[in-house]
Ligand binder design. Sequence first.
Ligand code: GDP
Length: 195
Amino acid sequence: LFAGPVDFLKGVVAMDGLPEADRVEVCFAGRSNVGKSSLINALTGRKGIARASNTPGRTQEINFFTLGEERYLVDLPGYGYANAPLAVVEKWQRLLKQYLQGRQTLRRAFVLIDARHGVKAVDEEIMKLLDSAAVTFQCVLTKADKVKLNDRERVLNQVRGALAKHPAAFPELVLTSSEKGDGIASLRSIIAGLD
Ligand code: GDP
């Protein structure tokens, strides 16, 4: 689906470190522990690829992966670290804002939401940031295998209700399980279909 190498490219800590904006780019955002690394591993079919971005020191970087020759997958730092020093949080929020507002080739952000918990206040923060940067975002529900079928519709409705307030939200939700593989192919084809 993605012709060419799928690999970790680099971690970026400042705008001047960004790779050349020469291809379609998608980014992934989500609070820590939402299942972002697992999803990136599943999506790329490379177990362990996203570990690079989850190691201490790398967690405040914007991490770039190649999805073949024509796309970048961008792993944004996990938010909601309650105990990170304020200066660190402020530094990456500044970088995040600059990146979202300034990246011409960024086609879509995927905001990961734990399918058991729905949209939380910290998720609303990133959604507001995406609204103000006019970056279209789509919600990806993670860990779907942990939610009983009976509870699914309730969570989906909660998420839909939350999205209704956000002008940059793309309405279609993607339900995934990195564990079981559900929704991974759909997500891949959504990314492959962006141009
Ligand atoms: P990150 O901090 O967002 O990168 O989250 P991780 O990918 O490291 O996942 C956090 C925890 O959730 C780990 O214990 C994973 O094994 C677990 N997890 C991630 N995805 C799934 C999933 O689809 N199903 C289940 N049952 N557990 C998952």
